[in-house]
Write a new protein. Structure first.
Length: 58
């Protein structure tokens, strides 16, 4: 279960990174900020996921 969660988070990070790269000149500044926020949240979730699992087990 943990490995599939990590895989999905990594896929989400790659998706948002690619969307930002491809659409940088096509989207409004607000939309770009929304996309960056989604990317930031996905990275944060990936970086904190194992710690949350360990805390829940304790």
């Amino acid at each position: 279960m943990e490995s599939s969660k990590r895989y999905l988070l990594q896929a989400e990070i790659e998706y948002w990174h690619e969307m930002l790269r491809l659409n940088r000149n096509r989207v409004t500044r607000n939309k770009e900020e929304e996309m960056r926020a989604c990317l930031k949240n996905a990275v944060h979730a990936l970086n904190t996921y194992p710690a949350e699992t360990l805390r829940a087990a304790a």
